[in-house]
Structure formats: C-alpha cells, structure tokens
Design a protein around this ligand. Structure first.
Ligand SMILES: Cc1cc2nc3c(=O)[nH]c(=O)nc-3n(C[C@H](O)[C@H](O)[C@H](O)COP(=O)(O)O)c2cc1C
Length: 224
C-alpha cells in the first residue's frame, strides 16, 4: 500500500515536471545563437528562394540554434520579444522540429529542444516526398489557448488568420537565414494536418499552420 502511494506521488511529480506530450528526457541543449555576422541583408534577399532538392547532411547544433533563433528566438531579453512579430504580441506560435531521432519543441527561453517523442515522423510533416529524407522539418503550430480560446471551443478559420500571418514572418526569417548560410529551404502548406496533429500529441486548441523543410544545398545547388 505504502509502495503504491509512493509510486503514484512520484508519477504525479514527474508529470508536473514534464512538458505535455513529452515521453522522455532526451532534450537537446543548444549553443547560444550567433546573433552576429551573416550575409548583408540585400545580398540575402537577392538569393532567397525555395528549393526542393536537398543533400541529407545533418545540420550542426550551432546551425540549428541559429536557424531557430532566426525563426522565433528572443531578441529583446528585457521584455521577451521575438525575432518575428506576432499579432498583439500574443506569441501563440510554437516551432516544433522534426528530426530523424525524434520530435522536439523549440524552447527559446531555455535555448533548448525539448523532446516530445523519439519517433521519426518527418514523412508525416508533408505530402511531398522530400520531407521524409530532409534532416530538418520545422512545423509551425498555433496554440489558440494563448489567444484566449477556451477548451472545447470550435476553432474557425478566422481564429487562425493572425497565426497564419505570424507564421509568414517566421518562415521569411528562416528563408533569409538559409539564404545567408547557403542553405536551402521551402515553406509548405501541403501538410497532412489530420494525421500529423495526433502524431505530434497536440491538444485540440493547438493547430498546425505550415511546415518548412531546411537542408544544406545539394552539391550542384540545384533548385528544382
Ligand atoms: C503559403 C505558402 C505555401 C506553400 N506551400 C508549398 C508546399 O506545400 N510545397 C512546396 O513545395 N512549396 C510550397 N510553397 C512555396 C512556393 O511554391 C514558392 O514560394 C513559389 O513557387 C515561389 O518560389 P520562390 O519561393 O523560390 O520565390 C508555398 C509558399 C507559400 C507562401
């Protein structure tokens, strides 16, 4: 009996410590983002583009950290504001990172990737063939609870308008960072949301907006 009480208490404490959906503790600590250097802005704009042919070379942790900071990092620590704007600064967006070794949630404050689970769901992040083999797929998720929607409330397209706009800014930051790094990427609306959302362990008020595939250029730098 005592043993059961002890075990239940331990499980409860573990649940409180763990992010919803996370099933183990394989988090990845990221190096500090560079926040300096890179290509001059006009040159990055000059080469920005979408590409769908990729090399399967992994990104370094530094590249991952810089990429995520560009997408949705904190650039003004004093008030926790971000590299991308959000409507009424509601910051309802989350960036999930689908890698070969699992699904992670970008924690900008902790500068880390929190593991959600250790399954490879890259193929499920898109309906095209290339996401399955790409080293990094970002999935932009809106948590509408942060916009004041209540549990059980039906989410309408109108509720999602700002989140789509927010995602556009984040994705463009990533495009420019990729251009600066000589890396390729493409933003994607072709996402099987009905299959992906349950695989990500999302709650009903968490909605996948877009996904973005990020990779190093194929050696021939082919864009199609
Ligand atoms: C909202 C949005 C959704 C998109 N969805 C996809 C997609 O699902 N798959 C894809 O390969 N490209 C997708 N793209 C990329 C566009 O096809 C691409 O931006 C367009 O062809 C122009 O090419 P550029 O980005 O090189 O200028 C999308 C772009 C936007 C803005």
């Amino acid at each position: 009996m005592k043993r059961t009480v002890w075990l239940t208490t331990a499980l409860l404490i573990m649940n409180l410590l763990i992010t919803p959906g996370m099933i183990n503790g394989q988090d990845i600590s990221l190096p500090s983002p560079s926040r300096k250097g890179g290509m001059p802005l006009m040159e990055a704009l000059n080469v920005r583009g979408s590409a769908r042919l990729f090399s399967d070379k992994e990104l370094s942790l530094q590249q991952l950290s810089d990429l995520l900071w560009a997408a949705w990092g904190i650039n003004r620590e004093a008030d926790g504001k971000r590299t991308a704007p959000s409507s009424r600064n509601m910051q309802e967006m989350d960036v999930y990172v689908s890698l070969k070794n699992g699904l992670y949630l970008y924690d900008a404050r902790g500068n880390m990737l929190k593991q959600i689970h250790d399954r490879d769901i890259r193929a499920l992040t898109g309906t095209q063939d290339f996401p399955a083999a790409a080293p990094v797929n970002l999935v932009y998720v809106a948590d509408l609870a942060r916009r004041g929607l209540k549990e059980g409330q039906q989410v309408t397209d109108t509720d999602l308008l700002s989140s789509w706009a927010n995602t556009g800014f984040m994705a463009q930051n990533v495009y420019l960072w990729c251009a600066s790094e000589g890396m390729s990427c493409v933003i994607r609306a072709l996402v099987p949301r009905d299959k992906l959302e349950p695989e990500m362990g999302l709650k009903p008020l968490q909605k996948v907006i877009l996904a973005q595939t990020n990779l190093k250029w194929a050696s021939n730098r082919s864009r199609r």
